[in-house]
Design a protein around this ligand. Structure first.
Ligand code: NAP
Length: 323
């Protein structure tokens, strides 16, 4: 039986669902899915609870650096991850985890926004990060009318149009490259004199005649009538006519949630983990982009590896504590 049914909106939850697990994984991106595969192979009773399958993968274009896969779109990669997971029959609940509390000395209660409660011997936090907003006039107003945070979702809407990508990291570079396949012109507006994206991306962007860099520049305003028509550059006051604006200025971990459940975070809000992906709370592990494990090196392959390590550590923890 599939447990992927969302009862959101009906105010109902599936009463028959199993409530006790060895491992509850919070988050269904590459870290969470890798953790689930390894956990299931250890024959641990495993559950994923996630707001959406794939997490950030939903919002990224081509992935070209995951070993064994030459080139794949983010959403297509999600299908592959979940196809693999299905083989191990790990249930996936689409819901938001709102709290993780100790239950007695040995167990945790994982509570969801729809009022479900799952009890588990261990918890793996693999929540990923949340995209940043630019915070300029017009950003909210034109959301879905030219403003986007998701190039793979919206790039096809801008065929033969002019778009601007804001940001200078790998996400901005990858979004811009995807957009060149549809738009007739792609501006990259970045606040510094050079991008911090990987050299391979920068070379491709420089070689692409559709790309124009607007450096040392910040966007002050996004405006138009029904849809986006222009952006205004703060430094020059210049209005640049565009049909779309893709905001790719990084992402932040869900710090408030981590502080609420009591896991220790670093100064930026990433969960502090040890080499075995354990946190300050025995029995709670963390993996992927939401942790401080690989510093700023946020890569799918790294997240997946951390998920595998977290599952291995959860297994060892359970063997030691419960057997
Ligand atoms: P990022 O690396 O943090 O870059 C964010 C960019 O946005 C930076 O260039 C930053 O400028 C700029 N920025 C931040 N706040 C801004 C603001 N308020 N106004 C204007 N510009 C602003 O974030 P990301 O590109 O989303 O990447 C996140 C992580 O995912 C990184 O570790 C990245 O390597 C990884 N990633 C990897 C791939 C890949 O390997 N193919 C693809 C996508 C993402 P400054 O340069 O001035 O700080």
């Amino acid at each position: 039986m599939s447990l992927r049914i969302s009862f959101k909106g009906l105010g109902l939850v599936e009463k028959s669902r199993e409530k006790e697990y060895d491992v509850v994984i919070v988050g269904g991106g590459p870290a969470g899915v890798a953790a689930a595969i390894y956990s299931a192979r250890y024959m641990l009773k495993t559950l994923i609870v996630t707001k959406e399958k794939g997490g950030q993968l939903n919002k990224i274009g081509y992935i070209e650096n995951y070993p064994g896969i030459r080139r794949i779109m983010g959403p297509e990669f999600i299908d592959k991850l979940y196809e693999h997971l299905e083989y191990y029959k790990v249930p996936v609940v689409i819901d938001e985890v709102v709290d993780v509390k100790r239950k007695g000395d040995e167990m945790f209660d994982v509570l969801t926004s729809l009022g479900e409660r799952f009890t588990s011997k261990t918890v793996i936090l693999a929540l990923g990060v949340v995209k940043r907003k630019l915070g300029v006039p017009g950003e909210e107003e034109f959301l879905g009318r030219g403003v986007s945070y998701c190039a793979p979702c919206d790039a096809p809407l801008f065929r033969d149009k002019v778009v601007a990508v804001i940001g200078g990291g790998d996400s901005a570079a990858s979004a811009a490259l995807l957009l060149t396949e549809y738009a007739r012109k792609v501006y990259i507006v970045h606040r510094r004199d050079k991008l911090r994206a990987q050299p391979f991306y920068i070379r491709q962007l420089k070689e692409n005649p559709k790309v124009e860099f607007i450096l040392n520049s910040n966007v002050a305003e996004i405006s138009g009538t029904k849809t986006v028509e222009w952006i205004k550059i703060r430094e020059t006051g210049k209005k640049i006519p565009v049909n779309g604006v893709f905001i790719e200025i990084g992402a932040d971990p869900p710090r408030k949630f981590f502080e609420k459940i009591g896991v220790e975070v670093d100064e930026k809000g990433y969960v502090k983990v040890r080499r075995d992906q354990s946190t300050n709370i025995p029995g709670i592990f963390a993996a992927g982009d939401c942790t401080n494990a690989a510093g700023a090196f946020k890569q799918i392959v790294v997240a997946a590896a951390q998920g595998a390590i977290a599952a291995d550590s959860a297994y060892r923890f359970i063997v030691e504590k419960f057997n």
